[in-house]
Design a protein around this ligand. Sequence first.
Ligand SMILES: Nc1nc2c(ncn2[C@@H]2O[C@H](COP(=O)(O)OP(=O)(O)O)[C@@H](O)[C@H]2O)c(=O)[nH]1
Ligand SMILES: [Mg+2]
Length: 244
Amino acid sequence: MAPSDVVILLIGLHGTGKTTFAGVATNTDVKTHQGKGGGPCTEECVRYTVAYKEKQVTIIDTPGLADRNTSEENIEILHKIAKQLRSLGQERVSGVIYFHSIEGVRLSAIDLDNIRILKKICGVDFFPRVAFVTTRWDRIKQTEWNALLQPRHQELTKAWNDMMPTGPTFKFLNDDSKSHEEVLEYFAAQTGEPSDAIPQLLFAQELDRYRWEQNPIKAVKRSTAGKEMVARGSNVRKGICAFL
Ligand SMILES: Nc1nc2c(ncn2[C@@H]2O[C@H](COP(=O)(O)OP(=O)(O)O)[C@@H](O)[C@H]2O)c(=O)[nH]1
Ligand SMILES: [Mg+2]
């Protein structure tokens, strides 16, 4: 298969709409998370490919980052992402999307942990290529928007801007293919540059640096993202899947 022109990594808590986005954007049947007692959380990284305006786009769907019961389980998620990054070979991730449900409450401790780890996966040079996408706008009524959500959205964008100063772009996502295409278009329009002009994710650079390490989990733990993940262990909540 020809190398992809656009490779997008999806990050965010369980239930925020990552898998749904991957399915709609690539016109693929996917298994989404159906909340308490419903379908499964995404446990594996899954790669989807679609042709978009003469470009090949690859989307890498991931499980939530810092919401497992133990640090070891969280490190395993990073390890799964590491395997995907290694398998890209000469291709590079060209964009990262962080998902957040606008229906959820304000930023929780786990949201903040996810963003801290996201920053360490990306590295400062990559911040301009991160998009923050808020999902479930189709569920919001105009009256709620004025009274409740406008202040919440302002608070979110301020918090994200503070956390990633050179960074993020904001997009809204409805449960329709038009808004998914707008997000794809945003990333597809950025390409055209040779792949070595794209800054590499800090996490990918570090995995390369520690490739001598025989145990891949140890290599992940040596990375800045891995260290952050272990440091964040105390915030891990039990059974987050059940709440979403
Ligand atoms: N109404 C609405 N539902 C959504 C939207 N995005 C995702 N969902 C639903 O939210 C649930 C969790 O989505 P999923 O894609 O599995 O989240 P993930 O855990 O981040 O991969 C599923 O039931 C989806 O159908 C959206 O934009 N609008
Ligand atoms: Mg999922």
